[in-house]
Design a binder for this molecule. Structure first.
Ligand code: ARG
Length: 452
């Protein structure tokens, strides 16, 4: 007979190589808090169901609590176990004797690991939400500090129309707000307790799953035992939310890389947030921003890895599911680190308003204003566009800005141009003209900031 906890029907010990391959303790060790929390609640449910005496319940609870304290203090678990669940159970029996073996009555590792992971996902979503708040706050603070700074807005990475720097920064705040919503959705989907589903068919012990769920802080028990032990869509949803969040961080950090080039010169990183070259003494590189950008690939990889684990799995539990944890932990760790680093960069980056304003004035970004001027005097926009395009070509040839053309020159393109044209051809006029909801007019941007 095998010495494994499940070894009764086995005539041999496991092959050491295969045994090593099956082990997950190195990875799922991180679920020890959730595992102990789940087991303590389960022991209470067993007492309530009359399976454990009060004294047995107390012994198990104390045992679990002190194992939790040991692990919290960094003490290692005995090596021999397959996973965190078996390791804690083995330690419990070692501590309190055979009565520890009663804890698993009516329970399976299948519902046990499912409840652990749901507890972890809910906790992680909260922590990630905190990281998001910090970044949003940092962006808002920078926006408020620079409410009067104008920069060129871009399409196709070509200067397009002037916008407020604050408007640009608040665009990221909007993305992060939606990320927060997606995180909250993932947490909501994880908010059901699988404990009591047993191995697959439902526990044979008449535990009160409603109170057990509430005891663990879940809103309700899962409705179907097969689904409870075998789906991980709540984890997929978390990873999907994190992937999208990381895509947003990659865009923001990509702009930090762009803005700190000599070519843009919109910003400079303080030395403490930049990095050097081993060969070129002149270099100051935005490595942290680049790495956040790159780690987006990792998190998306985690999502795809778990999607592929789930694909085509027949009901109910399959050992494939053990592979879920690495992806989830890596996705959460990477995203948390990316949030913290991005927040540092946003707080510390030195912006160059003069350079932004000069760039906004330099790229014929007021051309739309001239066309809009003509439409206010009745000209169809398509005609105005063509005509101002010709004026832009003329100004480029002359090497002068649009607002540097004389009114006589403008009138060679259309007699509708009058001296008041020049009131429209300023950065401030262009901004103020964009006062629609969601536009870059200073009044709108102030409202957006105030909305909080
Ligand atoms: N370690 C496994 C996992 O993470 C749980 C164990 C389930 N094993 C089993 N033979 N039913 O999914």
């Amino acid at each position: 007979m095998s010495t494994q906890p499940w070894g009764g029907r086995f005539g041999e010990e496991p092959d050491p190589l295969v045994d090593r391959f099956l082990r997950s303790l190195q990875v799922d060790y991180r679920l020890f808090r959730e595992d102990i929390q789940g087991s303590r609640a389960y022991a209470r449910a067993l007492v309530a169901a009359g399976v454990l005496t009060r004294d047995e319940g107390i012994a198990i609870d104390r045992g679990l609590q002190s194992i939790g304290d040991e692990l919290e203090a960094g003490q290692a678990l005995p090596e021999g176990s397959e996973d965190i669940h078996m390791a804690i159970e083995a330690r419990l029996i070692e501590r309190i004797g055979p009565v520890g073996g009663k804890l698993h009555t009516g329970r399976s590792r299948n519902d046990q690991v499912a409840v652990d992971l749901r507890l972890y996902v809910r906790r992680a979503a909260l922590e990630l939400g905190g990281g998001l708040t910090e970044l949003e706050q940092a962006l808002r603070t920078r926006a408020a500090e620079h409410l009067d700074v104008v920069m060129p807005g871009y399409t196709h990475t070509q200067r397009a129309q002037p916008v407020l720097l604050a408007h640009h920064l608040l665009a990221y705040v909007e993305m992060l707000r939606r990320d927060r919503g997606r995180l909250a959705d993932a947490a909501r989907r994880a908010d059901e307790s699988p404990l009591g589903a047993g191995a697959l068919a439902g526990s044979g012990v008449a535990i009160d799953r409603d109170s057990l769920a509430r005891d663990l802080g879940f809103s309700r028990p899962t409705a179907n035992s097969l689904d409870a032990v075998s789906d991980r869509d709540f984890a997929l949803e978390l990873l999907a939310a994190l992937s999208i969040l990381m895509i947003h961080l990659s865009r923001l950090n990509g702009e930090i890389v762009l803005w700190t080039t000599a070519e843009f010169g919109f910003a400079e990183l303080p030395d403490a947030l930049a990095s050097g070259s081993s060969m070129m003494p002149n270099k100051k590189n935005p490595c942290a921003a680049e790495l956040v950008r790159a780690k987006t690939g990792r998190v998306t990889g985690d999502l795809v890895a778990l999607l592929m684990v789930m694909k085509g799995l027949p009901l109910a539990y399959n050992r494939d599911l053990q592979e879920d944890k690495e992806a989830v932990f890596d996705g959460v760790d990477t995203t948390l680190a990316a949030l913290v680093v991005t927040t540092r960069l946003v707080k510390g980056i030195r912006l160059n308003p003069a350079r932004m304003r000069a760039a906004a004035l330099d790229g014929y970004t007021l051309a739309t204003e001239a066309a809009d001027y003509l439409t206010r005097r009745g000209m169809p926009f398509r005609e105005a566009h063509r005509l101002v395009g010709r004026a832009v070509a003329f100004a480029i040839k002359e090497g002068r800005p649009l607002e540097g053309l004389t009114i006589q020159e403008w009138q060679t393109f259309s007699p509708l141009f009058q001296a008041d044209l020049f009131e429209s051809l300023t950065l401030e006029a262009a901004l103020n003209a964009r006062a629609v909801v969601g536009g870059t007019a200073p009044a709108r941007v102030k409202e957006a900031l105030a909305r909080g």
